[in-house]
Design a protein around this ligand. Structure first.
Ligand code: BTN
Length: 240
């Protein structure tokens, strides 16, 4: 498959015209072990088999951003925190564009209560693949489970290249901050963006109704069901 390469800060970027899924390309590269994988980014203009969470399809028409970041997590105790890093990195782009984003736990990014970006984390061997899709030019308008939106729909002129540049810059900054000072500042930022209140979440395979109260200092979501407050790790969102 043909691709061009570019580099931004510590990230080596492979730009494809078309792929089945950038996460699947990342997985193939991890299996092949032929290149340096840490901080490698796969990006593509289109996906023929874009994947969403919980086995859903991610409709992937040209004009939106589809990228997968690979991180070596062999020395990382909490790879699940990367879901917050990605969500925060996306929210920072949206804020810079004058929008007011929110995070629907664990990692949907919403604007005006409609989904504008999604994150799919997959682990493979010692690597984490953070697949990020941002709706720039279009968003599916026929989904029953959720309203969706895009930069264009919100009347904001935005280029994919600029989105990718900002995404890499923001992620780089957030991960450095985490490695230097821990999670505290990141959690504080996430708290200001988190959608709280009544929610239905998947615990294991079971849909459970309750109330999202917040996030604690360990990054666990506090979920009230009846009189009980459960602490839920975002680690439950991995696809292996
Ligand atoms: C979700 O919200 O369901 C997660 C969507 C993740 C979509 C991105 S697009 C780039 C990467 N490649 C994929 O096949 N999926 C992720």
């Amino acid at each position: 498959m043909d691709f061009t390469t570019s580099k931004f800060q510590e990230f080596a970027i492979r730009n494809f015209e078309i792929l089945d899924s950038s996460n699947d390309e990342a997985k193939r590269l991890i299996i092949s072990k032929t290149i340096n994988l840490d901080n490698l980014v796969i990006t593509t203009k289109q996906q023929t088999k874009g994947k969403g969470r919980q086995g859903r399809e991610w409709i992937s028409e040209e004009g939106n951003l589809f990228s997968s970041f690979i991180f070596d997590i062999s020395k990382e105790n909490h790879p699940e925190f990367y879901s917050y890093f990605c969500a925060l990195a996306i929210c920072k782009i949206l804020k810079t564009s004058g929008l007011s984003p929110q995070i629907k736990w664990p990692n949907d990014v919403l604007v005006e209560n409609a989904k504008i970006a999604g994150i799919l984390l997959e682990k493979h061997n010692n690597f984490l693949i953070c697949g990020i899709g941002i709706n720039i030019d279009s968003s599916p308008d026929h989904l029953i489970e959720r309203k969706t939106t895009s930069f264009k729909n919100l009347k904001i002129d935005f280029q994919i290249e600029e989105a990718l540049r900002m995404l890499t810059a923001n992620l780089s900054k957030i991960i450095k901050e985490y490695k230097k000072s821990g999670l505290a500042n990141i959690i504080n930022d996430i708290k200001t963006l988190l959608v709280t209140g009544n929610a239905e979440i998947l615990l294991g395979d079971i849909k459970t109704k309750g109330e999202i109260i917040g996030i604690n200092e360990n990054g666990e979501m506090l979920f009230k069901t009846g009189n009980e407050i459960k602490k839920i790790s975002s680690g439950e969102i991995f696809f292996i």
